[in-house]
Design a protein around this ligand. Structure first.
Ligand code: ATR
Length: 262
């Protein structure tokens, strides 16, 4: 008998640039799961209605900017770690109940691990204080890094720093730290080439374009650069496990992403 495909997707605004559909659809095919992953471009004012419909229509979804924090109050349950972080990037529909999780922090940790970056006891400057920054700060602190937070809106940086006993950073701190992670969504780099130093590790959570102005400046300044693609892959692999209960086909997912940059 014909069985309807399970529907998943990425919820954000905008989401046209997202490579999550390519990555997750490749994973479902490899796992032989009858499912389809779409894009849900939902403006903030339509988020409550989307969640109502999602309970009966969708098996789960990824959450991206600008909804990672605001969606929390619209869900039925929040996993303990996501609650602690204060942001949700993954939702699982369990029998009509929407449960929120966070896999971004796993994505950052695995991306660093894979690149052989040890950020334990390192000073890490995090740029931004939104949903992505919250997961990045959590990931850094969990491995024992010393975190400095810089954000355009200082109150948000203060709030996040206070919560985790982290420090407030300035853009001048960029030169002194071992690792810099950009979580902001601005296309213009917050730092010029002269602000970086040789040998430091600089990561951008953005993966499209693969070489942002921020990373180009970091490279000119002598830093080792990483874009957001490995983070996307590993946060996605953790999502895939939550949705399917199976080991994620990481190789297949990586190949699906690499095709865009070949
Ligand atoms: P995400 O879920 O991807 O973290 P977000 O929660 O909307 O997205 O957070 C966006 C981050 O980018 C914020 O830290 C924001 O700074 P503000 O808190 O001051 O808004 C930062 N950001 C966006 N545009 C920026 C710009 N032009 N200059 C500096 N920071 C910017």
């Amino acid at each position: 008998m014909y069985k309807q495909a399970l529907i998943y997707g990425v919820l954000g605004h905008p989401v046209a640039h997202s490579l999550s559909p390519a990555m997750h659809n490749a994973a479902f095919t490899a796992l032989k799961i009858h499912a389809e992953y779409r894009r849900f471009d939902i403006a903030p004012e339509d988020l409550p209605q989307f969640c109502v419909e999602a309970r009966r229509k969708y098996a789960g979804f990824s959450v991206t900017a600008p909804h990672k924090e605001t969606i929390m109050q619209l869900l039925d349950e929040i996993d303990a770690v996501a609650g602690e972080i204060g942001a949700v990037n993954t939702v699982v529909n369990r029998k009509g109940k929407l449960i929120g999780y966070n896999t971004d922090w796993i994505g950052v940790q695995k991306a660093m691990e894979e690149a052989d970056v040890r950020f334990t006891k390192q000073k890490v400057l995090v740029l931004g204080a939104g949903g992505a920054a919250k997961a990045v700060v959590y990931a850094c602190l969990k491995v024992g890094a010393e975190v400095l937070i810089f954000n355009r809106t200082k109150e948000k940086a203060l709030e996040l720093a206070e919560k985790w006993h982290a420090l407030i950073g300035t853009l001048d701190d960029a030169k002194t730290v071992g690792v810099i992670i950009n979580t902001t969504s601005t296309k213009e780099s917050l730092l010029l080439p002269a602000a970086f130093r040789k040998g430091q590790i600089v990561m951008d959570c953005v993966y499209s374009p693969p070489l942002t102005e921020f990373l180009r400046n970091a490279q000119k300044g002598g830093a080792k650069i990483m874009n957001g693609l490995p983070m996307l892959l590993h946060q996605g692999a953790a999502q895939c496990m939550l949705w399917t209960g199976q080991e994620a086909p990481v190789k297949v997912m990586r190949a699906a992403l690499d095709r865009f940059f070949a």
